[in-house]
Write a protein that binds this ligand. Structure first.
Ligand code: FAD
Length: 317
């Protein structure tokens, strides 16, 4: 079922969902299941599975090192299919511009369609570590809007190189990213919102936000988005702080602010076990306020660990 249908069927009740990261290539999937199992009692209607890309050095026929390439890492679609089958839950594979050619994107979507996966999250992806700016691969998309357009076209039977008329056309529900504190490369929040509007106009059905720690930022973002004519559901993304280093890491990587009260509470912690508790408490407070405000879904960034998400869900759902 589509994410938007789950939201419609909930009739205003806030749903619980979370995001997981595929294990590193070659690792066993059991650890992932061990972290999903404890969260199933909160009945997530859908689970997101992230995608990342990796860099490798291409070696030509003469065994000489050629240029560095980036490609998507394997796992996302396979894990989506296996979770869907094992838990009877909808899954949302993340699809990136980075590391994918348009053709590879199409093949991935065709596989998703065969597997009964009805949702995809369309994202650009970040620049690689040593790059200053995001560089699409040859034959890949530059912005998430272009990827949304490709998925939207496919929903109409318009494949890259042919039009296929069939009653069994793919019909993906498309999610995109939104940034209550603006995307790090964007010159202003207003400009970033205009880009978000372009994604929605291109066919996006819902938005999931970047993590934030001050709910006011989310409320203002939703208001500004509505004022701009963005009328799709905007799902808040919540990440509980888990280690002291997150205080530096999260603002550096995601350009988000951390409220002073939270910083002070974490500064007072003697160890990371105490930090984890503070992170849980803060996320419970955030979640309860967002739920009271009637958000459609509370979407948690689990980073592959479920103990803190479970502690939060127990208090909120
Ligand atoms: P876009 O919407 O393309 O925007 C990127 C930047 O370009 C923005 O600054 C925007 O304002 C600007 N822009 C957009 N269109 C134009 C245009 N036409 N001209 C000029 N500027 C433009 N990353 C991963 O690698 N894997 C994941 O699984 C993943 N999951 C995520 C899930 C969520 C909910 C979120 C919020 C982020 C996720 N990310 C993931 C991170 C994401 O890939 C990065 O934040 C990336 O830098 C931007 O992706 P985007 O889809 O928002 O890009």
């Amino acid at each position: 079922m589509k994410v938007t249908d789950h939201i419609a069927n909930a009739k205003g009740e806030t749903l619980f969902s979370f995001e997981i990261i595929p294990p590193v290539k070659g690792k066993n999937i059991q650890e992932l299941y061990d972290n999903i199992d404890p969260l199933m009692e909160f009945k997530p209607p859908f689970i997101d599975v992230t995608t990342s890309r990796e860099e490798y050095v291409y070696i030509d026929r003469d065994g000489l090192l050629d240029k560095k390439l980036t490609r998507m890492r394997p796992g996302t679609v396979g894990i989506c299919a296996s979770i869907k089958h094992k838990y009877d839950v909808d899954t949302v594979p993340h699809v990136l511009c980075g590391g994918f050619t348009r053709e590879e994107t199409e093949y991935l979507l065709v596989d998703c369609h065969y597997l009964g996966i009805q949702n995809v999250m369309a994202l650009r992806g970040d620049a690689m570590k040593e790059e200053k700016y995001f560089n699409p691969i040859q034959g890949g998309h530059t912005y998430a809007t272009d990827l949304v357009k490709q998925i939207y076209n496919l929903n109409q039977g318009k494949y890259l190189h042919e039009v296929i008329e069939t009653d069994d056309c793919a019909d993906f529900c498309i999610g995109v990213a939104g940034y209550p504190e603006k995307h790090l490369e964007s010159p202003s929040l207003q400009s970033d919102l205009k880009r978000l509007k372009e994604k929605v106009n291109a066919g996006a059905d819902y938005v999931v936000t970047q993590m934030f720690f001050d709910n006011q930022k989310y409320f203002e973002f939703v208001e500004a988005a509505k004022a701009m004519g963005i009328n799709v559901p905007i799902i808040p993304g919540i990440k509980p702080i888990a280690i002291k280093r997150h205080l530096q890491l999260l603002p550096q990587v995601f350009r988000i602010d951390i409220p002073q009260d939270l910083i002070d509470a974490i500064d007072d912690c003697k160890n990371n076990a105490a930090v984890r508790e503070i992170g849980i408490e803060w996320a419970i407070k955030q979640s309860n306020e967002l739920k009271a405000a009637g958000v459609p879904v509370l979407h948690y960034y689990s980073m592959g660990k479920s103990d803190n998400i479970k502690a939060i869900a127990k208090e909120v759902f």
